[in-house]
Structure formats: C-alpha cells, structure tokens
Ligand binder design. Structure first.
Ligand code: FAD
Length: 385
C-alpha cells in the first residue's frame, strides 16, 4: 500500500511538514504561555490573535485572489491542529474564520467575496457563523429568525444563540427564514456586520471549556441590510450552511486531534518524571499500555482527518460522510485520550496546576458543536459510502 497514489493523498507533503514545524514553534512561543491564564480568566486570547495575524495564520484558507494565503484544506487542518495542541480556545480563531466565511467563498457573489474576504485575509476583521438559535440546535431548519424584503433591502429580526467569537467578529454569516412555507428551502444566508444598526450581543456564556473563546447570543432587531448582502440565491441558505459544515467539521476534527496530541505529549513527559515504588511510573506496563492506546487512537483519528481534508480539497462525492466521520471519531478520541491523560497524572491531573484538566474540559465541546456526535451519526447513516 505504501507509495500508492491513494496512500500519498493522506500523507502530508513536505511543505505541510514545514508548515507544521513553523506553526508549532509559533504556538509554543507565543500562544502556550497564555493558555492557562486565558482559561482561568475566561478572556479572549488577544496574544494568540496578534501572533496568528502577524504570521498570516489567522485565516489561511482565504484564496490568494482575495489577498489570502490560499492554503489547502490539509494545510488549514495542520494550522488548527497545532494551535489546538497548546490552546483549544485560540484554535477557534482560524477555525471559525473559515466557518464564518466559507458560505461566502462557496456561494457568494464576486462583489461579496471582494468586499468581505480582503479584510479577513489582512487580519482587520474576523468572521462568525450564525445558524443556531435557542430553540433550533440539532434541528437547525426549525429556526425562527426572519428576513423580510423591503425594496432594495432585507430586514432581519431574531435571536442567534451560541455564536462563537460573537462581539469580537466584524462579520457574521446569518441564516434566516425568507419563506416560512418552505422550511429548509425557505432559508437564505446573509452577511451581517457588527456595526449594522440593530445588531447587539448577549453576555458571554459561562462554559465548561474553551473559556477563551467568547460564545454569545446575537440579537437582530430590525437590522436593515442591502439586498446584495444575500449569499447566493434566495432559498439556498440552508443548503449553503450544510455544504459549509461538510468542509468545516474537518477543522473540528483537527481541533480535537490537536487537543488529544497535546494531552498525550504532556502525559508522556510526566510519566518519565513522576516516581512511585522507586521508579518512574512510565516503567510500569499498565501505564505504557495506556500511552500506546492513546497514541494508536490519535494516529487513527489523524489518518481519517487528513483523508477527509483531501476529500474536502477535491470536493469528493463522499465528503459528507467523511467530514462527519472525521469529526465524530476524532472528538470521541479526544475525550478518551484527555480523560486518560488526567488519569496518568493521578491527583495532580485533576487540578488546574496541570494543563490536562483544561484539555479534558476543552475536548468535550468537540463532541457537541457543528452538530452533536449523534447528529454526525445521522449524517453518516444517510450518506453511507
Ligand atoms: C461553545 C459552543 C459554541 C458554538 N458555536 C456555534 C457557532 O459559532 N454557530 C452556531 O450556529 N452554533 C454554534 N453552537 C451551537 C451548536 O452547534 C449546538 O449547540 C449543537 O448543534 C446542539 O444543539 P443544541 O445545543 O440545541 O442541542 P439539542 O439539539 O437540544 O440536543 C440535545 C441532545 O439531544 C440529542 N439529539 C437531538 N436530536 C437528536 C436526534 N434526532 N437523534 C438523536 N439525538 C438527538 C443531541 O445529540 C443532544 O445530545 C455552539 C455551541 C456551543 C456550546
């Protein structure tokens, strides 16, 4: 198998290895030192944003035509993975910039792309994705946010819930009902700007993990926007939202993978230092077997995630299955591996003095957002390869 064309698709090329090395050293030098404080103080990781923007890593997926780095899906995955390895909250900067802007890239007009992707690529603006509502989570098509046409404008009213980086981002892709009689085919997508009159934000949610990533409600109160802010044709917003998730669930898999790798790396070092019964605990086979299982699961998740990224880049027919499978598998692995890392540190692992406790809390969200893992299984079952 090794050396066959198919196998090579899943293997990062040399340029991807170089990218990994440079993101890792940036993340360890400029993001890791603040990760514990960002979590403890539940504050936005401004140091991470500054470091990512100065190295052009904050939105690597933006095509070169619009001033971006033009990174492929695998390169984007590697950036997110390496940032998440040291700080999951910070990894939501490149991940959500892709999630928020991908609807514009996939379905937007040239004018929308030119207007909104340039500032994103430059680091002048971040992009969020507003699909979920208080009463429409897994059943996102049950949303109530309404957009009504008024001449050359649309007027939006409603509440979006759980919006990552809300309040920090300048731009929001907002899904809203334009024809209530059509359910998902009556939903359209729009770009809403933070500065549009009638846009406001709720208080940050008090979360279990990813505490450095602000999650807020977005209130739309008679927000009047020009008609050309619609992304794609009327009624195609839900399809665009789902197409987006096919690609971006792979970035959540990358985040999960990075968190798991960070926990394994920390535990590997710890078991060599910690002595019980007169020797390092890493000398005990019971501990070695746990580390072996953790590494095996991470590698399996990595292969599935990279393979899904290759499919995202080519927009293969089985992308929907692979995107859901990668997200579901990698996030379950992240939860298992981080829980095992806490176990390997014993009582110390259970405290905030060591990073594995934070990693275990951060891992949990990867099983929930961009569709819970039950929803991923529904998606997979409907799109079996
Ligand atoms: C920190 C955070 C950040 C987020 N960021 C964003 C964002 O940026 N943009 C955005 O739009 N959304 C975002 N979300 C929303 C997220 O995608 C939803 O929370 C998620 O889709 C689940 O919806 P819900 O919370 O309403 O749960 P519910 O849909 O109420 O689900 C509750 C439980 O029921 C299960 N369930 C529901 N339906 C089924 C079914 N048919 N079969 C089996 N089980 C089922 C679920 O799996 C879950 O276990 C975020 C959420 C969080 C917590």
């Amino acid at each position: 198998m090794a050396g066959s064309a198919d196998f090579d698709l899943y293997r990062p090329a040399e340029e991807h290895d170089m990218l990994r090395e440079s993101v890792r050293s940036l993340a360890e030098a400029k993001i890791l030192p603040f990760a514990a404080a960002v979590d403890e103080e539940s504050r936005f990781p401004q140091e991470a944003l500054d470091a990512l923007v100065s190295s052009d890593l904050h939105a690597v997926h933006v095509p070169e035509t619009y001033g971006g780095a033009g990174a492929d899906a695998l390169a984007t995955v590697i950036v997110i993975e390496e940032v998440a390895r040291v700080c999951a909250s910070s990894s939501l900067i490149p991940a959500v910039n892709k999630l928020g802007s991908l609807p514009v890239i996939l379905s937007g007009s040239e004018e929308l792309k030119a207007k909104y992707l340039g500032p994103l690529a430059k680091g002048d603006a971040m992009f969020s994705y507003a699909l979920s509502e208080p009463d429409a989570g897994s059943d996102a098509a049950g949303m109530k946010t309404r957009a009504v046409r008024d001449g050359d404008f649309w007027v939006l009213n409603g509440v979006k819930r759980w919006i990552t980086n809300a309040g920090v981002s300048e731009y929001y892709t907002v899904m809203a009902v334009t024809d209530p009689s059509m359910r998902s085919k009556g939903i359209s997508a729009f770009v809403v700007e933070k500065s549009d009159e009638g846009v406001s934000f709720g208080a940050p949610e008090k979360k279990l993990g990813i505490k450095g990533s602000p999650t807020r409600e977005v209130y739309l109160d008679n927000v009047r926007i020009p008609a050309d802010r619609m992304i794609g044709a009327e009624g195609t917003g839900f399809a665009t939202a789902m197409k987006t998730l096919d690609h971006t669930r792979i970035t959540i898999a990358a985040q999960a993978l990075g968190i798991a790798q960070g926990a394994l790396d920390y535990a590997k070092g710890y078991v060599q230092e910690r002595k019980q019964f007169g020797k390092p605990i890493g000398d005990f086979q019971g501990v070695q077997f746990m580390l072996a299982d953790m590494a095996m699961k991470i590698e399996a998740a990595r292969q599935l995630t990279y393979s899904a990224a290759a499919k995202s880049e080519r927009v293969d027919g089985d992308l929907t299955f692979f995107g859901a499978a990668a997200k579901c598998f990698a996030s379950d692995v992240a939860m298992e591996v981080t829980t095992d890392a806490v176990q390997l540190l014993g009582g110390y692992g259970y405290t905030r003095d060591y990073p594995v406790e934070r990693m275990m809390r951060d891992a949990k969200i990867t099983q929930i957002y961009e569709g819970t893992n039950q929803v991923q299984r529904i998606v997979m079952a409907r799109n079996l390869p």
